[in-house]
Design a protein around this ligand. Structure first.
Ligand SMILES: [Zn+2]
Ligand SMILES: [Zn+2]
Length: 338
């Protein structure tokens, strides 16, 4: 029913590809991260909240059709629908049905409620395609609300010592989660251009986040006991220097382990992730009732083996061209199995 082709994951009954990595006529997009939403597609089908992200990232002239969560779209007798994935704003699992058989392609997802994106909803299916970015038992994430509280405490403590707080997180997802949950007492946060521009795009869908663009014209007084949100690209760049004196923290699932935190030589790591940890993956997979599980990006070999042995599922690893784009920060230097 679903074919794994060179261009990407193909659903022949409706003649469309899910998150294709090569240009195709009709693409269904699970969410706006660049490893899932690529340029050059004839048309894009996505959740309404993903539309402005795609237009911002891929250009205003792309052809986009939107579909709300839980609304079936019938094409040639095949049914397609979107269901909340809880990963970032607008992120969707794609449910495909044809002649009584049901597949769910998750894209990226998490069960932890980040209080910004629509919470994950389990969907019953026969075959389930899951990521496994953090598919090892060593990964156990705290609820997002707990981590937001820790972030607020850390920023407040820095301000008391006359220091700026620099929070590093991916420009789409992590940044908005932090901004939406930042204690207003900390003042209006300052944003790197990449974060500011993404917020502008999201504002086009009616979702607004606090923050001012940090530019060379920003008055010096603003850079006192401030909270600054920036993407990982600023690490080790001269951009950071003008923010002194500061403490810097990285927000990423990889921060659950001490090694990557130390290797990045930052002051603090917050294990804030847009992905499932090991137990969330297990819970999600069991809830689908799926017999066949395809495991992609992350620890797919180990994790698919675990699913076979622990739950007696038919689980296989699947090679795709998805990365955990918002979690790549420490990925290169992280291999807890080695
Ligand atoms: Zn993603
Ligand atoms: Zn991804």
């Amino acid at each position: 029913m679903v074919l794994f082709k060179e261009e990407g994951i193909y659903f022949p009954a409706a003649d469309l590809y899910i998150d294709p990595w090569k240009p195709v006529q009709r693409a269904v997009i699970t969410h706006g991260h660049s490893d899932h939403a690529r340029p050059g597609m004839g048309s894009y089908l996505c959740h309404p909240l993903t539309k402005e992200i795609l237009r911002y990232r891929l250009g205003p002239d792309i052809q986009v059709q939107t579909l709300d969560y839980n609304v079936p779209l019938v094409i040639n007798g095949a049914t397609i629908s979107f269901h909340p994935a809880g990963h970032i704003i607008g992120s969707a699992q794609v449910r495909l049905e044809y002649k009584g058989e049901v597949w769910v392609i998750t894209g990226d997802y998490k069960l932890n409620n980040d209080l910004v994106s629509t919470p994950y909803e389990p969907v019953q299916c026969h075959s389930f395609l899951t990521e496994s970015t953090f598919g090892l038992p060593v990964y156990q994430f705290q609820p997002c609300a707990t981590i937001y509280e820790e972030i607020n405490h850390w920023c407040a403590a820095n301000a008391r010592q006359g220091l700026n707080s620099v929070l590093i997180g991916y420009a789409l997802g992590k940044s908005q989660n932090i901004l939406a949950n930042l204690d207003p007492e900390l003042g209006v946060p300052l944003l790197h251009g990449a974060v500011f521009n993404m917020n502008e795009a999201l504002a086009g869908s009616g979702i607004c986040f606090p923050g001012e663009w940090l530019t060379p014209e920003t008055p010096k007084e603003r850079l006192k006991n401030a909270v600054i949100i920036a993407p990982q690209s600023v690490l080790g760049s001269p951009w950071l220097r003008k923010l002194q004196p500061y403490r810097i923290a990285v927000c990423s699932g990889w921060m659950a382990l001490r090694g990557p935190r130390r290797r990045l030589s930052v002051d603090k790591g917050f294990a804030l992730s847009d992905h499932c940890d090991f137990e969330q993956l297990n819970t999600a997979i069991k809830a689908t009732g799926a017999e066949n599980v395809y495991v992609t990006h992350g620890y797919q070999a180990v994790y698919s083996k675990w699913l076979c042995e622990a739950y007696g599922l038919r689980a296989v690893e699947l090679k795709t061209q998805f990365d955990s784009i918002e979690e790549t920060l420490a990925a290169d230097s992280t291999n807890p199995t080695a």
